[in-house]
Design a binder for this molecule. Structure first.
Ligand SMILES: NC(=O)C1=CN([C@@H]2O[C@H](COP(=O)(O)OP(=O)(O)OC[C@H]3O[C@@H](n4cnc5c(N)ncnc54)[C@H](O)[C@@H]3O)[C@@H](O)[C@H]2O)C=CC1
Ligand code: BAL
Length: 480
């Protein structure tokens, strides 16, 4: 794996016109924030991209007031069919501006352009198309005729899929008839601000969507705001807990999509090459910064050595480096803080006695990088088998019987996702039925579709996003 050797011309930044400074998007327009502005930087080389406004509690107040006005005066008065037209328009504009959005996402987040171009941005459009189709069909959502929206939704999203998480939040909320105040993560505000421009292009009525950038304090002011009816959060379990406490007893509806420690279970009858590809996608896609990442490989003892050897061979072909290079497989870690977390847990893994293997990559001088890493000889009690690392680090555990595989897979405080690799359909059904995970993939991993509900058990949160379930979360009488 090399960084520079094969480097072809990177995707040009010139498709992207950025401003030096970005304001808050409130009531249909950009305006300065009254908090202290901050820089967003490229995690690949630490260069400054733009200065971004920070929303103070007073700015959050203004955004929520704009959303409330838009809800009362405009959005709740429109028919579902008319709301759907706006969503279709937004979806088409996302497609039109897809190259620009992909470059901005890779620049700000550090993920490889082939992922933002081929996965994130197409899924963003798919989410808006899917929920556009629901807007005039709410009578068929299962809640009786004319189900009512909740009102103003306060949404806080993370940095691992900045634009996609925005779509997961905004598309169902608008389709169901709510208005929105959304706070992007402080390390990846850029694509949400470009999306605000798309809303202007689409002619979305002022105040229907407001975007307030800033750090955790801005998110806290938003979720605690008394005029917010619904809170939707994706991020760490620690912050999810704080939010659950803050809204308890307020009557606000809440969905929380939190961490994970998924088991990717490989039985000895699995097609090994296909499984190895699935393991790579499961943990190294987006540098493992994925809540549903297959971070625990639970492999049958009889094929352990073969799987690990093929995995190492496969990882040695991956290219780490410039996220804007179309041939890059492994991009940058999103922030120095996240890199430190990944390093620290990996250090603990070695200290606890697991065996570490690291792909032989050239690490660029600047930026935040971590080479693909595998730990073998991992015990279920090890921190690297229990804690969410959120980086390109795989912990390998073994099993002898299906019972043991199920027990090990479920031996986690999380319950977001899991994978099963086997040739036997009956085994897939029997094992999936006993896995305590919101999403179970069979002979594949990390597949997303707007029509599929996504969400977890236990410390992975509650509520579902996607599909009809995701729509119900924004309607009176729906779940949560
Ligand atoms: N479930 C998921 O998709 C994600 C999980 N994580 C996990 O969390 C760990 C830490 O990452 P962080 O960026 O620190 O996550 P975080 O949970 O602090 O940040 C996520 C979002 O919440 C906001 N936020 C922070 N404190 C808040 C508060 N008190 N009230 C409301 N909003 C608040 C942040 O500004 C950001 O927009 C990662 O290592 C990973 O394990 C992180 C991002 C996404
Ligand atoms: N929240 C959906 C996928 C992810 O964040 O990892």
């Amino acid at each position: 794996m090399t960084f520079l050797e094969y480097a072809p011309a990177p995707e040009s930044r010139s498709v992207l016109t950025l401003r030096d400074e970005y304001g808050l998007f409130i009531d249909g327009d950009f305006r300065p924030g009254t908090g202290e502005a901050f820089a967003t930087i490229s995690p690949a080389d630490e260069s400054h991209i733009a200065t971004v406004a920070s929303a103070s509690p007073a700015d959050v107040d203004a955004a929520v007031a704009a959303a409330r006005r838009a809800y009362e005066k405009t959005w709740s008065k429109l028919s579902g069919r008319d709301r759907g037209k706006y969503l279709f328009r937004i979806a088409r504009l996302v497609q039109e501006r897809s190259r620009e959005l992909a470059v901005a996402e890779s620049l700000d987040n550090g993920k490889p352009i082939k992922e933002s171009r081929d996965v994130d941005v197409p899924l963003v459009a798919a989410w808006f198309f899917y929920y556009a189709g629901w807007a005039d069909k709410l009578d068929h959502a299962g809640l009786g005729p004319n189900p009512r929206a909740l009102g103003v939704a306060g949404q806080v999203i993370p940095w691992n899929f900045p634009l996609l998480m925005l779509a997961w939040k905004i598309a169902p909320a608008l389709a169901a008839g709510n208005t929105v105040v959304l706070k992007p993560a402080e390390t990846t505000p850029l694509t949400a601000l470009l999306f605000a421009e798309i809303l202007q292009q689409a002619g979305l009525p002022a105040g229907v969507v407001n975007i307030v950038t800033g750090a955790g304090a801005t998110g806290a002011a938003l979720v605690r705001h008394p005029d917010v009816d619904k809170v939707a959060f994706t991020g760490s379990t620690a912050v999810g807990r704080e939010i659950a406490k803050a809204v308890a007893g307020t009557g606000k509806k809440v969905t929380l999509e939190l961490g994970g420690k998924a088991a990717n279970i490989i039985f000895d009858d699995a097609p090994i090459d296909q499984a190895v590809d699935g393991i790579v996608t499961g943990i190294f896609f987006n540098q493992g910064q994925v809540c549903c990442a297959g971070s625990r490989l639970v492999v049958q003892e009889s094929v352990h050595d073969e799987v690990v050897e093929r995995l190492k061979a496969r990882l040695s072909t991956l290219r780490l480096g410039d996220p804007l290079d179309k041939n890059t497989d492994i991009g940058a870690i999103n922030s120095l803080e996240q890199l430190k977390r990944v390093r620290e847990l990996s250090r603990i893994g070695e200290e606890e006695g697991a065996e570490r293997w690291t792909a032989d990559c050239v690490i660029p001088d600047k930026g935040f990088w971590f080479a693909p890493t595998i730990f073998t000889n991992v015990q279920s009690s090890h921190r690297i088998a229990r804690d969410e690392i959120f980086g390109p680090v795989l912990s390998v555990l073994t099993f002898r019987t299906p019972e043991e595989a199920i027990a090990k897979a479920n031996n986690t405080p999380y319950g977001l996702s899991a994978g099963i690799w086997t040739e036997k359909g009956s085994r897939i059904l029997a094992v999936a039925d006993r896995l305590r995970a919101g999403v179970v993939w069979a002979n594949t991993f990390n597949r997303f579709d707007p029509s599929s509900p996504f969400g977890g058990y236990k410390e992975s949160g509650y509520g579902r996003e996607g599909g009809r379930h995701g729509l119900l979360a924004y309607l009176e009488g729906g779940a949560k």
